[in-house]
Structures are given as C-alpha cells and as structure tokens.
Design a protein around this ligand. Structure first.
Ligand code: AMP
Length: 450
C-alpha cells in the first residue's frame, strides 16, 4: 500500500513527502478508513509502529479550518514526555495546514498554559490531571470536542488514571468519536472499552502466533500462589542454569508480593519494576538486571514493554495471561539474537482455559512437566484465591486493583434492609392514585368522593 491509496489531501501529502516516508505502516493503513469514518475505534499497537500518525492522519484530513477558540480534538496521553512527542508529530504533519496545537501537562506553571489555551486552539494534547484542572478552571472549554483520542491506555490505567479519565468523560460532549490506542490488552483496558465505547471497531496488527523455534517452552500445573513460590524457589536455586530470569506477573500488587518473598529467599539477587515505582527506581532495577548485578527481575506486562535486554536465560510466567498475545510478548524476551531461550508457564486450575487459548493461538501444546517431589504443595491461600462475593454491576466502583476487596461475612439483618428512598413520598403515593393527566389536580378528590 502507498500513501496515494489513502484519501489524503495535498497539504498532508506534501508534509509526508518532506518527512521522507515512503509508505504507510500496517497500523496506519488499517486505521485510516476506520478512524475517518467517525466510528469508535480501539487500536492495539505498540510505540514505534507509527500509531500516532495512524490516528492523526485521518483526523487532520477531516479537520476543517476554523476560527473558533474552543478545541475540537483532544488527545490524552499518560506522560509529559509523550505530550511533547505527540505535539511534535502533529506539528510535522501540519506543516502546510493552518491549525493550532497545544500541549499541556502537570508540573509546570498552569497560568502560562491558561494564557495559551485562551488564545484559541484546535487540538489539545494533554495529561489527564492537568487537562481536568484547566477544564475545571473554565479557561478550557471542552464543549466543542468532536474527537477524543486516548493513547497508551494500558499505561494510563496502570498509573491509576482511571478516575481522572472518568471525570473528563463526564464533562465532554456525549456525541463525540472515541479513539484509543493501547500496546497491551489488559482487563482494565477491556473494562474501559465495554463501559465507555459504543460498538468500537478493533484494529490490531496480528500478533504472530508462531513462537521462535529457539525458545523451549515448558509448563507446570500448580495449585496456588504459595506452591508457585515453592516451585520458583526450587527452580531458581540452580544459579548457573537460571542466570538471568525475567518473571512476569499480571498485577503490581502481585509483583510487590512476589518480590518481597524472593528478596527473603534470594537476598540481593532480585529487582522489580512496575508503574507504582518511581522512574529512577525502575531505571535502577533495569540497570541492575542488565548489568548482571541481580539475576532475577519481576515485572508486569505493561512495564516490561519498553524493556530491551539481551541474554535473558528464562522467562517465567508466574501466571497464565488471559490474553494470548501477552504470552507471545512475554516469551519473546528470551531466545533473542538466535540464542537458545527458555519459557516456563505456571497455571492453576482456574488458569487452564487461558492456557488452552494460548496453545490454540500457537497451534501447539506446551510440554507439561511433573512438579518435582521436593516442591511442597501449600494449602494456604492468598486473598484473591479465596471464594469471593461478587458485587452487582456498579459503574462507580473503583476498579483498580488497590480497591478494597469485598467483605467475607454475611450482612447483619439490620443492614439487609433495602433503601427505597423518601419514605414520605412512598406513603403519599400509597394513599393517592396517580392522576391521569398532569393537570388533573382534582383526580383523587373526585375518586374519593365516589
Ligand atoms: P510512533 O509509533 O507513533 O511512536 O512512531 C514511531 C516513529 O515512526 C516516529 O518517529 C514517526 O515519525 C515514524 N513514522 C511514522 N509513520 C511512518 C511511516 N509511514 N514511515 C516511516 N516512519 C514513520
């Protein structure tokens, strides 16, 4: 496919010529018509695939010149670095277009940004917190927003921005196009799509289901968390074989919990990265792992995306990913540069379905190994493994993993009463029938007299 196959206009063609791009990337080719159609879109694409242009090309193609002050396009991204980068990309594409683009983010003087907003803008690129502050201050009016782009949604949710996103949704006009891009599919992302998107079209560059031949895959059936830790301890004792081990877990709380246990078992050999750790902490952990100072790194899927580390001897999937694509990304961290790699998968009974799905994607079965005799089977369960009482659907409930869990006891009788609201109104309603027409004040009086 060439850019000529996309329905661009001369200013955009000229800008692309100047950039020296030869052809659209796969995500750009796939996204153009869908985004241009005005439908809600969910794109699964990593940084480096050209995803910024994938949504910006169709948006700029259809954005008409306007003198109005209120912005019409809002792009939300998780970090200030990304704000700068996206603004930069938009400016490159807008070289021959007369539009106004502004990037806003926290940690800088809000008054300067207020002045810039007040001058009138077409496109705002922002981090959620600062965007909300500007909107609440009334300097930034969001009533004209037609297109909302949320980029790197997985990172945004992982950083705990869900509430801020919902606050922003509340003040945006309901009639708008929602476009979001995410590198990983996670439960949080899935929930956000279900709750706020209208029948979105999904586009993604298909993950290859063919694992590299030089990655040896094996798996264990393990009943629960503590037995997984025992098995991990058993494996990691072999320091020579397990020389550089990347352990994947789905949640940051799990990452911390596992890290604490490994720190006890293998002091000064373990590090951890997830999004609640500071940038400095994460960089230090990665450095320690890369330099071989520590041989074990515990990481969440979202945070491991940017990792570029060679010579990983083993990838251990401490849990079985719900989304088979995540498994493919995880194991791709070992067996790089033609070296022999090793991937090990732990699955509980509850995780077998996910395991079958990923085997289907790869069209192969992973060799199952018996739990070694010396690995103790634990009977103890962690909180998440105990039976849970599910709450009714409640869109206002915190969904982040740090939200308090459901109670484990039955309600007392006095707490079981259902609150039906305004008892006075209920009493009155019981006494009188509803008038047939709104104006018929005498309805009940007439009926009473009958
Ligand atoms: P992104 O995935 O949006 O972070 O983009 C990654 C890099 O690819 C950016 O530096 C873009 O300028 C560049 N890029 C985007 N589209 C193309 C293309 N069609 N051909 C070559 N480079 C591109």
């Amino acid at each position: 496919m060439t850019f000529q196959d996309l329905n661009l206009n001369t200013p955009l063609y000229n800008a692309i010529d100047d950039l020296g791009f030869e052809s659209p990337t796969p995500i750009q080719a796939e996204a153009f018509n869908v985004v241009a159609s005005g439908k809600d879109v969910v794109g699964i694409a990593q940084t480096g695939t050209g995803k910024t242009f994938a949504y910006m090309l169709p948006i700029l193609r259809n954005l008409k010149y306007s003198k109005q002050d209120n912005p019409r396009v809002l792009v939300l991204v998780p970090t200030r670095e990304l704000v700068v980068q996206v603004v930069n990309e938009i400016e490159k594409l807008s070289k021959y277009i007369n539009n106004r683009v502004l990037g806003v983010y926290g940690g800088t003087n809000i008054n300067t940004q207020k002045q810039a907003v007040a001058q009138g803008q077409d496109i705002i690129v922002a981090t959620p917190g600062r965007l909300y502050d500007l909107a609440v201050s009334r300097v930034l009016q969001l009533k004209s927003i037609q297109k909302l782009v949320i980029d790197e949604v997985d990172v945004m949710l992982d950083l705990g921005f869900r509430h801020q996103l919902m606050n922003i949704f509340d003040i945006l006009p309901p009639r708008r196009q929602n476009i979001m891009f995410s590198a990983t599919m996670t439960k949080d992302v899935d929930e956000l799509i279900t709750d706020f998107f209208i029948n979105p079209t999904k586009i993604s560059i298909a993950v290859s289901g063919t694992p590299l031949e030089n990655i040896k895959q094996e798996r264990y059936n393990v009943p629960n968390f503590y037995t997984k830790v025992n098995l991990l301890e058993y494996l990691l004792k072999d320091k020579e074989e397990f020389s550089r081990v990347l352990i994947f877990v789905a949640y940051k709380r799990m990452a911390d919990r596992l890290f604490d246990m490994l720190e006890d078992l293998f002091p000064s050999q373990t590090c951890v990265i997830h999004s609640n750790k500071t940038q400095n902490y994460r960089l230090r952990s990665i450095e320690q792992f890369r330099e071989g100072e520590h041989r074990i790194l515990v990481a969440t899927d979202v945070m491991a995306r940017g990792l570029d580390i060679d010579d990983v001897s083993h990838v251990i999937n401490f849990d079985t990913p719900d989304y088979p694509e995540n498994y493919m990304h995880r194991i791709g961290r070992t067996g790089r540069a033609e070296k022999e790699g090793h991937a090990i998968l732990f699955s509980t009974e509850n995780e077998q379905e996910s395991r079958i799905r990923l085997e289907e994607l790869m069209q192969m079965t992973i060799e199952t190994l018996e739990l070694p005799d010396s690995v103790e089977i634990s009977k103890e369960l962690i909180e998440e493994e105990r039976p849970q009482i599910n709450e009714r659907y409640n869109p206002l409930k915190r969904r982040d993993e740090d939200a308090p869990g459901p109670a484990f006891h039955d309600k007392k009788d006095k707490n079981k009463k259902e609150n039906l609201g305004g008892s006075y109104r209920r009493e009155i309603a019981k006494k009188y029938k509803k008038p047939k027409t709104r104006g018929d004040k005498n309805y009940n009086r007439r009926n009473k007299n009958k």
